[in-house]
Structures are given as structure tokens and as C-alpha cells.
Design a protein around this ligand. Structure first.
Ligand SMILES: [Zn+2]
Length: 251
């Protein structure tokens, strides 16, 4: 999510400034013979409404972004975590129509992501190995896939570095193995390969362990929003004066 996010602590309301708010739209008016600014963005109304209130900037956790619907679906709702250092929030982003601007909502809570499934890219590994190692017997390729799958079934999920190389599905992403996982995979491959073949296979593993390379794992994740209650007024700490933002001065 692009932009800067602010929370008015008096109104408990979210204010979002994006680079697009400052771009007015123009229309040519015949009778005036000139272009006239016809679109006054929401930023002006936010400033008028909250300029005398206590406004704080929220820090966004960029890595927490999740969404519903596919990445190509312009109507898919998105969520991202934000904090003022004292409370955790989730910002919900959606739009009412394909060409409508985004709407944002401030939710108290956090995003909980759960890994549902980790899978080896079986058919892609097979295809790539057949291509790279033309003379290798299919039985050896199958045996490699099988030891890889077995290893994945017991390995520490912390061995995967999720790169969030996005696919069209919001729940599916690719994760590359860390050094430990790669070491282990090379170790279990010794059951099948040796000599020059093993050397070439090790290189194959290294060459295909990034982005959506065939050695990377398909990780299916689900997320939900865990809501937290608004703190009672007497225990809410207001931000110190020096942390308050004058939204009239935001560029
Ligand atoms: Zn306000």
C-alpha cells in the first residue's frame, strides 16, 4: 500500500495521503475558454477537518500486506499492519468500483498468517531436470523428487525464506530454502547421486532456488484479522507532543 497513513487521536480516524491526492483533474470549459480544476481531492477536506486535532503518523509493516481475491482482481480487499508504537492496527483497503479511488478503514488488531501447505514443485522439477540432464534416467529424477518431498515433510518451516514472489493466487507464494535447507537437500541427494552427477545436481539446486525457480517451495497460506478491543480512555496514552504531525505541512 502506497502513501502515508495518519491517525487522528481525537476522532480515532484514519487519514491517508497518497501521491495522487495532490494531482488535480482539469476540464476545459468552453464558456471560460480555459482549463478549470474540477476535482478537489480528499486531502483538503481531511486537513480542514483535523488540522486542529492531535494527529500521529502510523508506521506501516510493509511485509505484512495480504489480500483477498487474485492479484489481477482490482476489487480485491487488502490489509496491512500499522502501529503508533503503543497500539497495533490493521488498515483495510478496498474500492467500491473498478475506477473508484481506494477507501481505507482503521481496525484495531493484527493480521495472523498461517501456513497451510508446503509443496515441492514436482512436475516443474521433473521437466527442468529432463531438460538440463538429458541422459539422466527418469527413475533417478523421481527418486530425487521423492527424497525432497520426504525432507520437506519433516523439515523446520523456518528453513524457508518466503520471498513473497507473488502468484495470481493471494494465498500461494514461493519460498526459497535457506542455507541449512539447501545443505540438507544436498545431503539427502547423496543417496541417489555421486561424482560428477552429484556436483551437477548441487549446482542445479543452487541455480533454481530463487523467485519461482523449480527448487523453491509452493507455500499456501491463509490469513485472518484478529481484532483487539479499543483501550479504555483512562489507560490510553496520547503521543508525546513532538510526535504529533501537522497535516497541513505534509508534502
Ligand atoms: Zn480529528
Amino acid at each position: 500500500m502506497d502513501g502515508r497513513f495518519f491517525r487522528c487521536t481525537d476522532c480515532d480516524e484514519l487519514i491517508c495521503f497518497t501521491q495522487y491526492d495532490t494531482v488535480p483533474e482539469y476540464e476545459f470549459l468552453q464558456d471560460k475558454g480555459d482549463f478549470v480544476e474540477i476535482y478537489s481531492n480528499e486531502r483538503t477536506s481531511f486537513i480542514n477537518e483535523h488540522s486542529k486535532h492531535r494527529v500521529e503518523e502510523l508506521k506501516i509493516n510493509k511485509d505484512s500486506f495480504v489480500r483477498e481475491g487474485s492479484y489481477t482482481d482490482p476489487m480485491g480487499e487488502g490489509y496491512i499492519e500499522a502501529t503508533n508504537g503503543r497500539e497495533d492496527f490493521v488498515i483495510r483497503r478496498w474500492r467500491k468500483g473498478v475506477n473508484a479511488p481506494y477507501d481505507y478503514q482503521l481496525i484495531r488488531g493484527r493480521i495472523k498468517v498461517r501456513v497451510e501447505k508446503i509443496e515441492v514443485q514436482k512436475s516443474n522439477i521433473r521437466k527442468q531436470m529432463e531438460f538440463d540432464f538429458g541422459k539422466m534416467p527418469v527413475s533417478k529424477i523421481d527418486a530425487f523428487i521423492s527424497v525432497y518431498e520426504k525432507m520437506v515433510s519433516y523439515m523446520d518451516p523456518g528453513w524457508i525464506e518466503i520471498e513473497l514472489f507473488e502468484t495470481d493466487s493471494p494465498t500461494l507464494c514461493f519460498g526459497k530454502g535457506n542455507n541449512e535447507m539447501i545443505k540438507k537437500l544436498m545431503e539427502v541427494s547423496e543417496e541417489i547421486f555421486s561424482g560428477e552427477e552429484l556436483k551437477n545436481l548441487n549446482q542445479f539446486i543452487l541455480d533454481n532456488n530463487s523467485y519461482d525457480g523449480v527448487i523453491t517451495l509452493m507455500v499456501t497460506r491463509q490469513f485472518k484479522i484478529i481484532r483487539t478491543k479499543k483501550r479504555r480512555a483512562e489507560i490510553v496514552k496520547f503521543p508525546p507532543k513532538e510526535e504529533l504531525i501537522d497535516i497541513r505541512k505534509v508534502g
